[in-house]
Design a protein around this ligand. Structure first.
Ligand code: FDA
Length: 504
């Protein structure tokens, strides 16, 4: 009847999806991964796979007429953005009413566009956020497994202290210290040896050419080079690109039937396919997996899904801010696009903040110190299905970010006071604004572990249906999230393969 059957389907190719596919493949289970974005391995007309940050082209963005960079303005001028043709580019900005969410599109998901910061949360906070997960097991087994598979590495201290490319971070560290705040080195999946060779002129520049949010042409050990390469290496896993899963229904025999749209890179519909499978893993990210399940519940194709689907979403307390330094304190025209240092004030009982010292790789001196603060905001949003657009709409209001802004402000007020410096008000849009409170890089939640699923990501109400990605984490994790997403996926899939797949 034209329906292809495969034992297991994994939707998405981000962290949770990649872990699940590798372990299924190793267990001998034939697995198809469906990814709505492209495989990024073909050079464009300029010889590069990805377009750069300063002159982005259509490869940068997911079906936009104009790029939507997080720091679109400088002195209120829209300098960074460019008009482009709509195309299946690598970075998407999903604009809800009062919150925008950046996500990666392509084989590797967020790993293609993210800063590569690989941080395990403070154990006490992990226990607070996911109290029913055995943290001893996580910290002794699954976090180390994730770090090693992701090829997490550390910057050489001596090089960090001496290179012009991290002057911006050292300047921010000194200013934090003046305010009595400590900093920590942050591990990364970007190959720091490659970066040193870039600096020495021995390797093509990527991090040192400002590349990151629209993809790194070199140096970045994204999932296509780690987990996904290993998954394909099992000989059991295949990846279908430019395939977007649309609907999920369960058939009488308990298998799942998916409708999947295949498009070309310009967005033209090529085919609508049906694929059926016994085990279905959702790794489409917080927005993607939640939307698929919400649509299934609300349109009646999976009517027994719980009311918890769509609940418990948060932006991981993300707030961006920037300070203006004195003219005698430049941050450097040359800045690595890969962050390597964070201000760690998470143990502050009033206002816990972990602030990544972010580069501003503009290629000229800006005197700007930029930060991505991760705060502990208790506010949560909810997704609701909108039948008119067939999409999940996020119920989240701007003022829900007030606790996050005030936590960030309390930390950076201290730094400004100790250094007699001020905020920059021109970087986050056309109005005077010192804190970006309207976008996040870290969408978390929507199908929360232990609520919408059991304690291992098995979706409540259905057998052989799993969530594997950032939607399991209830809105906050206190640090950049991908190591946690990866480690949790490792823990869950181990149990699921043992109890549900090989036993069956
Ligand atoms: P992820 O979002 O990675 O993958 C989901 C995949 O599913 C995507 O490829 C998507 O195209 C696909 N998909 C969605 N719906 C689909 C459908 N219906 N059918 C088929 N495919 C579908 N984190 C961190 O720890 N350190 C950092 O430095 C940064 N920095 C950073 C910078 C920027 C610019 C961004 C946007 C994000 C970060 N992050 C980060 C966040 C990190 O990238 C993010 O938390 C993870 O990628 C989330 O992993 P998931 O597995 O949840 O899904």
């Amino acid at each position: 009847d034209g329906v292809a059957f495969v034992p297991a389907v994994v939707i998405g190719t981000g962290y949770g999806a990649a872990v699940s596919a590798l372990r299924l493949g190793e267990a001998g289970v034939r697995t198809v991964m469906l990814e709505m974005g492209q495989l990024w391995n073909q050079p464009g007309p300029d010889g590069n796979v990805f377009s750069g940050m300063l002159k982005p082209d259509k490869r940068s963005s997911w079906f936009k007429n104009r790029t939507e960079a997080p720091l679109g303005s400088f002195l209120w001028l829209d300098l960074a953005n460019r008009d482009i043709d709509p195309y299946a580019g690598v970075l998407d900005r999903v604009n809800f009413d009062q919150m925008s969410v950046y996500v990666g599109r392509g084989v590797g998901g967020g790993s293609l566009v993210n800063g590569g910061m690989a941080v395990a949360p403070k154990r006490s906070y992990f226990e607070e956020v996911l109290p029913r997960v055995d943290s001893a097991e996580m910290y002794s087994r699954y976090f180390p497994r994730a770090n090693s598979m992701l090829r997490v590495n550390h910057i050489d201290d001596g090089w960090f202290e001496s290179t012009e490319w991290y002057k911006f971070a050292r300047v921010s560290r000194d200013q934090a210290q003046k305010a009595g705040l400590g900093t920590v080195h942050v591990p990364n999946v970007y190959d720091f040896d490659h970066m040193r060779r870039e600096a020495a002129g021995e390797a093509p520049k990527s991090a040192l050419a400002g590349e990151v949010i629209y993809g790194n042409n070199h140096g970045k050990q994204s999932l296509d080079k780690t987990y996904l390469a290993a998954a394909l290496g099992t000989g059991k896993v295949t990846i279908e690109t430019l395939h977007q899963a649309r609907t999920i229904r369960q058939q009488k025999d308990g298998t799942y039937l998916l409708t999947v749209e295949q498009r070309d890179a310009d967005g033209r519909l090529l085919a609508t396919k049906e694929i059926s499978c016994r085990h279905l893993f959702l790794g489409a990210g917080s927005l993607g997996s939640t939307e698929l399940l919400l649509r299934a519940r609300e349109t009646g194709t999976l009517p027994d899904l719980s009311s918890e689907i769509g609940a418990g979403w948060g932006p991981n307390g993300n707030i961006m801010t920037a300070r203006a330094n004195h003219v005698w304190n430049p941050t450097g025209a040359n800045q690595s696009s890969i962050p390597a240092l964070g201000i760690d004030d998470w143990d502050n009982p009033q206002n816990p903040v972990f602030a990544e010292i972010a580069p501003m790789p503009a290629g000229l001196e800006t005197w700007v110190s930029l930060y991505l603060a991760i705060t502990k905001n208790p506010e949560r949003g909810t997704f609701a299905y909108d039948a008119a657009t067939d999409r999940a709409a996020l119920r989240w209001t701007r003022d829900q970010n007030t606790p996050a802004v005030s936590a960030a402000k309390s930390l950076f007020d201290r730094i400004n006071k100790a250094n007699t410096t001020m905020y920059r008000y021109d970087l986050f849009g056309k109005q005077l604004k010192a804190f970006s409170d309207d976008f996040t890089y870290h969408p978390l939640g929507g199908c929360v572990l232990g609520r919408a699923t059991d304690d291992y990501g098995r979706v409540k109400g259905y057998k052989n249906l799993y969530v594997t990605d950032g939607s399991l984490i209830p809105g906050s994790i206190g640090v950049n999230p991908f190591v946690t997403i990866t480690a949790l996926a490792e823990r869950n899939i181990e149990r699921v393969i043992r109890q549900d797949v090989t036993a069956a």
